[in-house]
Each structure stands twice: as structure tokens, then as C-alpha cells.
Design a protein around this ligand. Structure first.
Ligand code: SAH
Length: 251
């Protein structure tokens, strides 16, 4: 059957290597009975998920891919549409696992959506471009970013493995990385969440500066602990440190 032609604007890079697809699927712990695959394309991952004893759905934006999937996987539950616009409650009232070789052009939006739906999405297995995967999984140092801090507050994140560019059609310019995210025990932050987000963003927006400078616009209660943290740069802080700072923002 004719293959789907890759469309750049949809971030389509089709994986050709079934053994790698199988490795990705094997990372799933099946924490939930409900599983959603984002962007199945021609179904290289889907073939290993299909027919399992779970409530499995896929969401695909590209009508040509949907046509291909309907022919090849007649039993598959396909939602034709945009994951970013999807109301997850419509998928299931229960908790949900996500999997995908994600479209790289919307990686950050997908991850923000996970963050926003963290009480629903308890497991994510995903392939991103390597730099994004490393950033999300990184707990220390220069690679860390805003998303790492937000996501690591609520998920235990592991970098699983790297995938070379030549196993895709068309080959992307960069390598890819697979990560696994499992929801941790934290119910909510022990501080005001809006302020936490503001503090993390302010710290990272001026990531070369010490936090003393980057957080100038906030009035903080200064004590020994805060004073020490303010001498550092955002990337040197972990989630707990940002919570400590947020707790000391004056009303
Ligand atoms: N999983 C397949 C395809 C990966 S390419 C494989 O590994 O070969 C990324 C896929 O995501 C493409 O099929 C693309 O059409 C789809 N996609 C892109 N943006 C999307 C969106 N907003 N919502 C759902 N699917 C999307």
C-alpha cells in the first residue's frame, strides 16, 4: 500500500525500525487501563499496542495518515484531530497513559499540556528531539530549563535511550531521545503555584544572572537560606529550592 507522504508542517518523521518501536512500547508500565497514542502516523508504535487488553485510542491530525490507519487497523479507535485541542475528559474519566513519537514542532506545547493535566496523566512514554528529552529529564546543570522544573515537580523522569536520525523518513536534522515520566506522590506544591511559576520563569528568563538579580522585581523575606539560594543561578536550583523561594515571596 502507498505510504503516507511526510509533511514538514506536521513534524512528520516516520520511524522505520520496528525493533526501536518495540523498545519504546516496552517502556510502558501500563499504569492505567486507558492509553492514548499521539500522532501514530503509519502506526509503527501502534502495531505493538493494538489488540492489548486496554482501552487504547490514537489521535492523529493528518487525514492521509488517518486514511492509512483505517485501512490497516480497522479495529483501531482513531480520533482525527489536534491533541493540543483535545479535552482529555472525553477520552476517559479515568487516569490516562500517553505514548508517542511526538511531533517535534509542538513538543513544548505537549509537555505543557501534560503539566496542566498532571492529575489525569500519570504516565508518559515519549520520543522528542534529543535536546528536549535531555532537558526534561535533566535534574542538574546547564541543560535544565523551565519545563524541567515544572515537570520534575510532579513526575519522576528518566531518559531511556537515544535514537539516531537515519532510522526515520525523512531523517530529522537532530537525534532523538526517549523519556519516561511517571507521576510522583506530590499532590500539590507546598506553595502558591502561580507564584512558583512566576519565580521559575523569572529565574530562567535571565539564566546567566544570579537569582538575586533575576528576581529583583519580587520582594522576598531574606533569611540565611534564601540568601544562599539567591547567590546561585536558576539552573543550580532544584524544585524544592524554588518552593523555598516562593514561600518567602511577600504578599
Ligand atoms: N508515530 C509515527 C509518526 C511520528 S511523526 C512514527 O513514529 O512513525 C509525528 C506524527 O504526529 C505525525 O503522524 C503527525 O501527523 C502527527 N501530528 C502532528 N501534529 C499533531 C497534533 N497536533 N495532534 C495529533 N497528531 C499530530
Amino acid at each position: 500500500m502507498k505510504k503516507v507522504s511526510a509533511k514538514k508542517h506536521l513534524g512528520q518523521h516516520f520511524l522505520n525500525e520496528p525493533s526501536i518501536a518495540k523498545n519504546i512500547v516496552n517502556q510502558l508500565e501500563y499504569k492505567n487501563k486507558d492509553l492514548l497514542e499521539i500522532g501514530p502516523g503509519m502506526g509503527i508504535l501502534t502495531q505493538f499496542l493494538y489488540n492489548k487488553n486496554i482501552n487504547f485510542k490514537v489521535i492523529e491530525i493528518d487525514s492521509e495518515s488517518v486514511f492509512y490507519l483505517r485501512l490497516n487497523y480497522p479495529e483501531l479507535n482513531i480520533i482525527e484531530g489536534d491533541f493540543l485541542k483535545l479535552n482529555l475528559e472525553e477520552i476517559t474519566k479515568n487516569k490516562l497513559s500517553l505514548i508517542g513519537n511526538f511531533p517535534y514542532n509542538i513538543s513544548s506545547q505537549i509537555l505543557f499540556k501534560v503539566f496542566e493535566n498532571r492529575d489525569k496523566i500519570t504516565e508518559v512514554i515519549g520520543m522528542f528531539q534529543k535536546e528536549v528529552a535531555e532537558r526534561v529529564a535533566c535534574t542538574k546543570g546547564k541543560k535544565k530549563g523551565i519545563l524541567s522544573v515544572f515537570l520534575q515537580a510532579f513526575y519522576n523522569i528518566d531518559y531511556c535511550f537515544t535514537v539516531n536520525e537515519y532510522v526515520f523518513t525523512p531523517a530529522p536534522k537532530v537525534k532523538s531521545g526517549v523519556i519516561k515520566m511517571i507521576r510522583n506522590e506530590r499532590k500539590e506544591l507546598e506553595c502558591d503555584e502561580k507564584k512558583f511559576i512566576q519565580i521559575v520563569k523569572a529565574g530562567y528568563n535571565q539564566r546567566r544572572k544570579t537569582l538575586r538579580n533575576a528576581l529583583k522585581s519580587f520582594s522576598l523575606n531574606i533569611n540565611l537560606e534564601i540568601d544562599e539560594l539567591l547567590q546561585k543561578r536558576a539552573e543550580q536550583l532544584d524544585v524544592e529550592d524554588f518552593i523555598t523561594i516562593t514561600k518567602n515571596v511577600q504578599q
